[in-house]
Design a protein around this ligand. Structure first.
Ligand code: SF4
Length: 363
């Protein structure tokens, strides 16, 4: 278990120092398109995202940040490469954190300007080292993007900030290779007390990327390393948040929030539950209902699992039985099991008043 890391805040979200591991994602819209970006952020907030990062490739994107930050329900991190003027504009726009590598900014005075502005505003800086963009000399010396090279690169960037007495730092070391990511973060955890942002970069499609991320992030979190996570997927960003939540839940680091479990089905299955699960899960996630629901295929093992969830449905011959709080609630026919079940799920979610309110969500 890693000793407690330094605590910093991204907006209202605490990172490190024993704070719950938070979930981040990145917008995939053109940042200059304020409405599309805000709409995606709202959807991500409903899905359970806690911090959002947006790419800032040019001055127009930096300018758009003003409106985005003002209306975003989540704290916003500006992702900037090289150009210190964009970092300064993003800070003026009120972003809650910067992702920029000080070693790539150039002249010392430029770094100083960014650090001064970040410090004045209480904005932390994430140093993000990726295996694909390591410094040439490190690649030559290590022969490949080895874990030690990633750590060395991050420490170099950190030293620049430390030399300016800036320690509101968060570090990420990412590779598309799971073992390299794990080893690099283990090494880093022993070399500093800065909070670590975990992720496997360029992890791939939703299926393959979720598995790689679950392994890389999961191994580290299990060892007590890591303060905030981002699952990177080639797919809708909501999938990144769902995968992140599942990783945290699976490790017992998070409870609550929308969760749907279902049986794998087998020869005993009484109905085709795949479309039922898909429809139920889609609606629960869309509405952000804070419920643990189960959809089970038969009356043999189904009721047991359905009872363990807050609300569950087990299919039988010509009918299905809905359970609430572990007790049979009502029997329904098979004409519209999805609609009937969702009625009960909604009533349950409302009654307990556990729905996630999302500021600014028009829903
Ligand atoms: Fe098979 Fe029933 Fe178990 Fe589903 S709940 S896998 S249908 S035995």
């Amino acid at each position: 278990m890693r000793p407690l890391t330094r605590r910093l805040f991204i907006g209202r979200v605490p990172i490190g120092g024993g704070a719950p591991v938070s979930i981040q994602s990145m917008t995939k819209t053109d940042t200059r398109d304020v409405e599309a970006t805000l709409s995606q952020i709202r959807g991500l907030a409903t899905a359970g995202c806690e911090i959002i990062r947006a790419a800032v490739p040019d001055a127009a994107a930096a300018d758009a940040l003003k409106a985005i930050v003002a209306q975003s329900p989540l704290p916003v991190v500006a992702d900037i490469h090289f150009d210190h003027r964009l970092a300064l504009e993003a800070l003026k726009a009120g972003v809650h954190a910067l992702r920029i590598n000080p070693g790539n900014i150039g002249a010392r005075w430029k770094v100083e300007e960014v650090v001064r502005s970040a410090r004045d505003r209480g904005v932390p800086i994430r140093i993000g080292v990726n295996a694909g963009s390591l410094e040439k000399d490190l690649l030559e010396r290590h022969g490949r993007p080895a874990p030690g090279a990633l750590v060395e690169s991050a420490l170099r960037h950190a030293e620049i900030l430390e030399s300016l007495d800036f320690r509101d730092i968060k570090i990420s070391l990412k590779s598309s290779d799971v073992s390299t990511t794990v080893e690099a973060n283990r090494l880093m955890a022993g070399r500093c007390d800065y909070p670590l942002h975990l992720g496997v970069t360029e992890a791939g499609t939703v299926f393959a990327g979720s598995i790689r991320s679950a392994l890389g992030i999961g191994i580290l979190l299990y060892e007590g390393i890591g303060d905030t996570i981002r699952v990177s997927l080639t797919g809708p960003p909501e999938e990144e948040v769902r995968a992140g939540l599942e990783i945290l839940r699976s490790l017992g680091l998070r409870s609550g929030g929308p969760m749907v479990v279902s049986c794998p089905t087998c020869g005993r299955c009484r109905t085709d539950i795949i479309p039922v699960v898909q429809a139920v899960e889609a609606e629960i996630l869309k509405r952000g209902w804070d419920v643990h629901a189960a959809v089970m295929g038969c009356e043999v093992n189904g009721p047991g699992e359905a009872r363990l969830a807050e609300i569950g449905i087990a299919f039988g011959e010509g009918q299905a039985l809905i359970f609430i709080g572990g007790k049979p609630h009502r029997k329904i026919g098979l004409e519209d099991p999805v609609g009937e079940f969702l009625k009960d799920v909604e009533a349950y979610a409302m009654e307990r008043q556990r729905i996630h309110p999302v500021p600014g969500d028009p829903k």
